[in-house]
Write a protein that binds this ligand. Structure first.
Ligand SMILES: Cc1cc2nc3c(=O)[nH]c(=O)nc-3n(C[C@H](O)[C@H](O)[C@H](O)COP(=O)(O)OP(=O)(O)OC[C@H]3O[C@@H](n4cnc5c(N)ncnc54)[C@H](O)[C@@H]3O)c2cc1C
Length: 475
């Protein structure tokens, strides 16, 4: 009833075409790239901050939950509502408002596609450094909300290092700007709180991004190994030698087979694994770094190291890496893409365990990941139509988390928590820190209407359940 009333209230403000109530239209927004699906009660497509604020105010009046949404490429159910809600899709707010090429910043709309931003700024000698493999479809707003990473975040840092400020519509409809271009702003870093908050604190309506200069030279190496372990050792060896390459990506044999069947570009499908290693900077430094990386790889057992001869060859190698998740359809009709981080030095043993888990549950598995920062992305391929397969996938995912935590790893490197990993949070945070996070969230959203049931598990707030705060907690 409230949703119908909300739709009626919003039509004159946004226009009929921007308020979607038909079941088929709503169905299109019922899922992200993960496995969970829930029909939204209502979808709106605002084009300005004022329209977003009007939607949020009306939702507040009628007590309706709000779920912000970007490109819908998230993998943890982040943009999938947990209750009848209004989904605020920001894709039409895709304007690049202002570029300051000298100051290397830009104000952009949340619906700007990640790759589009770099394509527009590249002729100015600049680009947006975070480059998720989904960069041709995901939005800057979604990158901010999930603190996205990408192959080149190894040297450059994840999204949080590239966001200087955000304009945010708060859950009561008020508009604030957090952060800004000036360095070292005083006060609490609320910009940093918003980055990675997964749509729980408000709707991001404009973003001040930092732009990175395009490097004068770049070299891309493809290192081939007969054992996955040798590739993993090379990763630790290169970082241990004092080099932080721009990117250090590992693809195993299954990935190479799937990619070769998809792209036909002569990938070494008989190798157990390859490492894609890229360095950039001044030509002399690049040559020296590339030589050192090759030396480490050969010492760890690389059977061949190829260097991309030109930009066209480099782009082909990156296509093989970035199209890997899409190409999984060559292997199975459905997939589950996991995201955990382990200490780099534990990669060889964790990878062995990943293969054992897949075998135990009879799942196809490919490994392609940001090896330089230990960010593992096992992709399980399966057919959901098969009996019991969903349970097997979930059991394998839980086992993978157990292995990760047992070696001192983290629940997620870049995809966020959403609803997928929410109930694992108490394994990594104690009561005091969960309660502190819940209270911070309440400071923005006292009624808990923004992305309810996402990120923090039920009972995070000690007071919710009449539990006393643990000893030592501050009030
Ligand atoms: C094939 C594939 C490869 C991927 N590779 C990577 C990778 O390399 N690195 C990586 O980090 N991720 C990767 N991802 C995951 C995903 O693309 C990223 O998390 C991305 O940042 C999500 O952006 P989106 O615009 O699609 O957001 P959505 O999926 O629409 O939303 C994600 C979250 O952000 C919130 N949100 C969206 N817009 C706003 C806004 N304006 N204000 C407030 N909250 C908002 C939503 O509520 C939700 O919680 C990959 C996904 C796929 C399918």
């Amino acid at each position: 009833m409230s949703l119908e009333a909300l739709a009626e209230r919003l039509r004159p403000l946004l226009g009929d075409a921007a308020v979607l109530t038909h079941p088929v239209e709503r169905h299109l927004y019922s899922k992200d790239a993960g496995l969970r699906r829930t029909e939204p009660g209502l979808v709106v497509l605002p084009t300005s901050t004022e329209e977003v604020a009007a939607v949020v105010r009306a939702a507040a009046d009628l007590g309706v939950a709000v779920v912000p949404r970007g490109g819908g490429s998230g993998l943890t159910g982040g943009a999938v509502p947990s209750e009848p809600a209004v989904v605020v899709a920001l894709t039409r707010m895709d304007e690049i408002h202002e570029i300051d090429a000298v100051g290397r910043t830009a104000w952009v709309g949340p619906g700007v596609i990640n790759l589009d931003l770099s394509e527009v700024t590249r002729p100015l000698g600049l680009h947006f450094a975070p480059d998720p493999s989904s960069q041709s479809v995901c939005t800057i707003g979604g990158n901010v909300a999930n603190n996205a990473g990408g192959p080149h975040c190894l040297a450059e840092g994840s999204t949080v290092a590239h966001i200087l400020g955000v304009e945010l519509v708060l859950p009561d409809g008020e508009v604030v700007v957090l952060g800004g271009a000036a360095p070292d702003l005083p006060g609490l870093d609320l910009r940093g709180v918003v980055v990675g908050s997964e749509g729980t604190l408000g709707v991001v309506t404009r973003v001040l991004v930092k732009l990175t200069p395009n490097p004068p030279d770049v070299r891309t190496l493809l290192m081939e190994f007969d054992e996955v372990r040798q590739a993993a050792d090379t990763v630790s060896g290169i970082i241990g030698a004092g080099i932080v390459p721009d990117a250090l990506e590992l693809m195993d044999r299954k990935t190479l087979e799937v990619m070769e069947a998809f792209l036909h570009i002569g990938l070494p499908v008989d190798a157990a694994a390859v490492l894609l290693c890229e360095t950039s900077g001044h030509p002399a430094a690049v040559a020296a770094e590339a030589a050192l990386c090759e030396e480490v790889a050969r010492r760890c057992g690389a059977r061949a190291v190829q260097v991309a001869a030109d930009e066209a060859e480099r782009q082909v190698l990156w296509k093989a890496r970035k199209a890997a998740f899409g190409a999984v359809a060559q292997m199975a009709p459905d997939f589950y893409l996991h995201d955990v981080v382990v200490p780099r030095t534990t990669l060889p043993e964790v990878l062995d365990e990943v293969y054992r888990i897949a075998e135990r549950h009879d799942l196809h598995i490919m490994n392609v990941f940001h090896a330089g920062d230990g960010n593992l992305h096992p992709i399980m391929g399966f057919d959901l139509a098969e009996d019991g397969v969903r349970d097997a996938v979930m059991a394998a995912a839980d086992e993978l988390i157990a292995v990760t935590l047992s070696v001192g790893g983290a629940l997620t490197g870049e995809h966020g928590i959403g609803t997928e990993k929410r109930d694992h949070l108490p394994k990594v945070f104690d009561e005091v820190s969960l309660d502190a996070q819940a209270r911070l969230r309440e400071a923005f959203d006292p009624e808990g209407r923004f992305n309810p049931e996402h990120v923090l598990p039920k009972g995070s707030r000690c007071a919710d359940f009449g539990r006393p705060l643990p000893e030592g907690a501050w009030v």
